[in-house]
Design a protein around this ligand. Sequence first.
Ligand SMILES: CC(C)(COP(=O)(O)OP(=O)(O)OC[C@H]1O[C@@H](n2cnc3c(N)ncnc32)[C@H](O)[C@@H]1OP(=O)(O)O)[C@@H](O)C(=O)NCCC(=O)NCCS
Length: 182
Amino acid sequence: MQKQYSSPKCQLEPVDLNDASQFNELRDQRIICGWESDLQTLRGWQDKADLKRLFWITILDNSSHAEDKYIRAGHISLDASSSLLDESDISSGDPELSINSVFIMPYYRSLGLGKRAVRLVENMAATEPFGDPNCRFLTLTALSKRYFYDDAPEWSGLWEKIGMERPSFSVQEWYEKLGYVS
Ligand SMILES: CC(C)(COP(=O)(O)OP(=O)(O)OC[C@H]1O[C@@H](n2cnc3c(N)ncnc32)[C@H](O)[C@@H]1OP(=O)(O)O)[C@@H](O)C(=O)NCCC(=O)NCCS
């Protein structure tokens, strides 16, 4: 099978978790992702749609002759509160926004989509209605690169223990390349 897309343009479309088919499609993507896929978590996201702002990462389906046919290649969220920073790190009035749940379906990986989606969310974070013009930074959590480089059983040895495949690259480094700092 050949990849259809060399460098697809993507856009972000809000996820509507009250729509059953979107709920199920998001759940399917979360199951492939490997964490935060249980119904309780997803129902919590559904209830907190004003704080957990999820977006489909969509690309145009070049294989279809129908106009405006989009594929949901992944998802990403711009959350209203991260609770990651010490109060001393935050000036009063700083909006707390964070990037979460970044996921690209395996077939569409390594095409630059994840990077583009993060850049789109960064732009969104500085504009209303989802963001705030006063936004100066975004926070996120990512798996430590020690789970990739450190051979100790509690670090990269963990993958075998939990029965998951070891990632092929460090997500922490992936974010660092995009300019994020620990
Ligand atoms: C992390 C993830 C979102 C990246 O999305 P993606 O669309 O594949 O990433 P991009 O194509 O934008 O990657 C860009 C960079 O990452 C690197 N990269 C991407 N996939 C890689 C791979 N399999 N091996 C090595 N490097 C890789 C490339 O070097 C590329 O950098 P470059 O353009 O300077 O060469 C995707 O792999 C994913 O969904 N992973 C599972 C979920 C996850 O870990 N999410 C992060 C939660 S914290």
